[in-house]
Design a protein around this ligand. Structure first.
Ligand code: FEO
Length: 170
């Protein structure tokens, strides 16, 4: 049986991951409206990955005998100033997610719940990758600036993002 403090923290994280999925889908819709179909596809896959993150927490909580409590998902932002603004927001959001996962690790250590610490390790590693990937996109967009050819090429490149195994399995 999982401690109620961790049950609450994981339920909050389920909401955070579903919100992340919703936010990235909103970003995808923004890109579609601007006719950047590659950026839009990249964000749809990102949204799918966030859904699987939520479901990993969901499944784990049930396996540990906890009670899943789904809560209201906040409305995501719908407008951004530019492409780079979207990815800067993404980076900032991922940093918040990292802090939130680290806080659950701290709690699991405090509660001496080794199984939960072990479960969370996957997310700790995943966050390093997520932050690095988004930071690279921000850096590339800064280099490209207003160069239309560069933006066109980057849209093509991001549109090649394949659905990864982790985005389709829980
Ligand atoms: Fe589920 Fe992007 O963190």
């Amino acid at each position: 049986m999982i401690k109620s403090s961790l049950e609450n923290a994981i339920n909050n994280q389920i909401n955070t991951e579903f919100y992340s999925s919703y936010l990235y889908l909103s970003m995808s819709a923004y890109f579609e409206a601007k006719s950047f179909s590659g950026f839009a596809k990249w964000m749809v896959i990102q949204a799918q990955e966030e859904y699987t993150h939520a479901m990993k927490f969901y499944t784990y909580l049930i396996q540990k005998g906890g009670l899943v409590k789904l809560s209201q998902i906040d409305e995501p932002k719908q407008e951004w100033k530019s492409l780079i603004d979207v990815f800067e927001d993404t980076y900032e959001h991922e940093q918040k997610v990292t802090a939130s996962i680290n806080a659950i690790v701290d709690l699991a250590l405090q509660e001496k719940d080794h199984a939960t610490v072990s479960f969370l390790n996957w997310f700790v590693t995943e966050q390093v990758e997520e932050e690095a990937t988004v930071q690279k996109i921000v850096d590339d967009l800064k280099l490209i600036g207003d160069n239309n050819n560069g933006l066109f090429m980057m849209d093509r490149e991001l549109g090649q993002r394949a659905t990864t195994a982790s985005s389709v399995t829980v």
